[in-house]
Design a protein around this ligand. Structure first.
Ligand code: G3D
Ligand code: MG
Length: 197
């Protein structure tokens, strides 16, 4: 009886969990974004001045609109980028963070995103591009970033994709971005079913 009740209870309380991969070049703001999402949705917060370059991976769980997001912040240095594809099969969405102030590396950034969207194991998965550091004066505007990434966006036409402006440091736009993501994750759930926890 205990097991039956426990089983029914855990069925009622189990939550859908979606894995979200946070990718982008090193210094784009991935770890800052993860910490900001955790702070806005009530997970333990690490202050931005304690963030060191990510060598392995950081993982955070947050509950948003009735589902759980498992956010993976994978290191973005060149030698770590080859590891990204080992995460693709388990990913329900990709967040690609762009440093809007780093015009010098925009080509490298395009190449990195192109590699991501060209990977078969991630086909059909929603992709959210975030034009980060929009609080800085020397930034590219979201429209410029859209234009730069237009060619790649054409390859993504069959799936949900979007470019949104944020400041991961100040938290501006982060909730809108997270909520956009949750809607798309749920919409895509037959194609890529969630895990249950
Ligand atoms: P990464 O994890 O993608 O490598 P980090 O990037 O999150 O470590 O961020 C790299 C640097 O960019 C950090 O600065 C961080 O504070 C800064 N940063 C991240 N997001 C924003 C933002 O929205 N606005 C501004 N102005 N800065 C941002 P430091 O100086 O600590 O290296
Ligand atoms: Mg990092």
């Amino acid at each position: 009886m205990y097991h039956l009740v426990k089983g029914i209870y855990s069925n009622l309380t189990r939550k859908e969990e979606y894995s979200v991969l946070i990718l982008g070049l090193d210094n784009a703001g991935k770890t800052t974004l993860l910490e900001n999402i955790k702070s806005q949705y009530g997970s333990k917060y690490l202050t931005p001045d304690r963030i060191a370059p990510t060598v392995g991976q950081n993982v955070g769980h947050v509950a948003v609109n009735g589902v759980v997001l498992k956010l993976w912040d994978v290191g973005g240095q060149e030698n770590l980028r080859t590891l990204w594809d080992s995460y693709y099969e388990a990913a329900h969405a990709v967040v690609f963070v762009v440093d809007s102030t780093d015009q010098q590396r925009i080509e490298e950034c395009k190449q990195a995103l192109d590699n991501v969207v060209s990977d078969d194991s991630i086909e059909g998965v929603p992709i959210l591009m975030l034009a980060n550091k929009q609080d800085c004066d020397d930034r590219l505007e979201v429209e410029d970033i859209k234009e730069i990434f237009n060619k790649i966006a054409e390859k993504m036409s069959a799936r949900d994709s979007r470019v949104l402006p944020i400041s991961a440091l100040k938290g501006t736009g982060v909730k809108d971005a997270t909520e956009w993501l949750v809607v798309r994750l749920i919409r895509n759930k037959e194609f890529r079913p969630p895990n249950y926890r």
